[in-house]
Design a protein around this ligand. Structure first.
Ligand code: FAD
Ligand code: DHB
Length: 391
């Protein structure tokens, strides 16, 4: 079998890449080891940068996003019993962010690829890539029906997330990895209750960090800092709401409760593997880098990578390899900026177990600074709302 670009993984990166390639007249095959229903239901990110929304609009993918997305012009930062508002529109000359769940982006992309006749294979197994240092790399897998296939490609895109097979297929010794684990995790819930806030609340409390975000005007999403080895079974719904009530408490403000329909614990890490290319294999999104979620950057980075990659592959298939040669460096500049911002937000807002009192005072001082200095607030707002294209 033959395709121009073999794409491993039907997450936001792989699906968007296949659509962007189709717009350029390039055919691709996306293979995914989970079911379509699983990919569409996996609760993850929810916040889109200004540039990500523009990218989706330019790619004619924003009909539902424009109708249902919730545009936010700022965030609240809560600490030491006070809640402060940062006005991004004012600080950045009009930039905003948009709440639109990753589940909805994935649904929109799958619907569109299928409507356009795109090739997507779900529930495959035994994914392997070979011939990466040749002009005809091969993607092989076993279909849901049990048939083994070998697909000859011009290039392969590894969009298979942090635990995928593409990054480990690069010969040992060629990748440089920088990583950091954090001594905490996030417990995330989705609940059938209207949000108790108009914009997101990032909250540093002595018990630990908490975040109030949302999915729709009827559905709230909330996160709690928990120990990294904590188990979801230890958190019945009443305990979750009690912890959220304590951390968000503010005189005159009420956190509304409702039935929880999704809850999970996610570890936190920073991880950057470079370069993002080996021969004709190009890594994109979580396959190459992970950030802790506090800056809401993971999904946005994945989409930014593939917008650069689509142009690079178009040129490569025309015989011009220069953009492909620049692909990794171009993406890594944005990745490292987001890695720093995510680390900074994370360490400012979380409670480090057994930290000395000095650490807490430094965090509080930083929070007072970003909520009182226009220069400091502008820096946060500029990073949070996103970066211009780095092409
Ligand atoms: P993924 O979405 O991971 O997609 C990779 C796809 O590849 C998956 O569908 C996977 O099933 C498939 N795959 C893997 N191995 C194979 C194989 N061998 N063969 C075929 N297919 C394969 N970001 C935020 O900004 N805010 C958040 O709150 C947030 N929460 C998160 C919670 C969790 C549990 C996780 C894991 C991530 C979270 N993120 C969050 C990060 C964000 O969701 C990711 O950055 C984003 O999903 C990256 O998209 P991707 O397409 O690169 O990878
Ligand atoms: C969401 C997640 C984040 O990590 C974040 O910083 C903002 C929003 C969310 O799930 O909506």
């Amino acid at each position: 079998m033959r395709t121009q670009v073999g794409i491993v993984g039907a997450g936001p990166a792989g699906l968007l890449l296949s659509h962007l390639l189709a717009l350029r007249g390039i055919d691709s095959l996306v293979v995914e080891d989970r079911s379509r229903a699983y990919c569409e239901a996996r609760q993850r990110a929810g916040l889109l940068e200004d540039g990500t929304v523009k990218l989706l609009r330019e790619a004619d993918l924003a009909q539902r996003l424009d109708a249902e997305g919730l545009e936010h012009g700022g965030i609240y930062l809560q600490f030491a019993g006070e809640r402060h508002h940062l006005d991004f529109r004012d600080l950045t000359g009009g930039r905003t962010v948009t709440i639109y769940a990753q589940t909805e982006i994935v649904k929109d992309l799958i619907t569109r690829r299928l409507a356009d006749g795109g090739a997507l294979e779900f529930e495959i197994s035994g994914t392997a890539v070979a011939g990466l240092d040749t002009d005809r790399p091969v993607l092989s897998y076993t279909t849901a029906g049990g048939e083994r296939r070998e697909v000859v490609c011009d290039a392969i895109a590894g969009c298979d997330g942090f635990h995928g097979i593409c990054r480990p297929s690069i010969p040992p010794g060629l990748l440089t990895v920088r990583d950091r684990d954090y001594p905490y995790a996030w417990l995330g819930i989705t609940a059938d209750v209207p949000p108790s806030t108009d914009e997101l609340i990032y909250n540093r409390h002595p018990d630990g960090f908490a975040l109030h975000t949302m999915r729709t005007p009827q559905v709230s999403r909330l996160y709690l800092q928990v120990p990294p080895d904590d188990r979801i079974e230890a958190w019945p719904d009443e305990r979750i709401w009690a912890a959220l009530q304590r951390r968000f408490a503010l005189p005159g403000w009420e956190l509304k409760e409702g039935p929880i329909f999704d809850k999970a614990i996610t570890p936190m890490r920073s991880f950057v593997s470079s370069p993002m290319r080996y021969g004709r294999l190009f890594l994109a999104g979580d396959a190459a880098h992970i950030v802790p979620p506090t800056g809401a950057k993971g999904l946005n980075l994945a989409m930014a990578d593939v917008s650069v990659l689509a142009d690079a592959l178009e040129a490569l298939l025309r015989g011009d390899g220069r953009p492909a040669d620049r692909y990794s460096d171009t993406c890594l500049r944005r990745v490292w900026r987001a890695t720093h911002f995510s680390w900074w937000m994370t360490t400012m807002l979380h409670v480090t177990p057994a930290a000395d009192p000095m650490t807490e005072e430094l965090q509080l001082s930083q929070l007072r600074y970003v909520t009182s200095s226009r220069a400091a607030a502008t820096s946060l707002a500029e990073n949070y709302t996103g970066y211009p294209p780095l092409r």
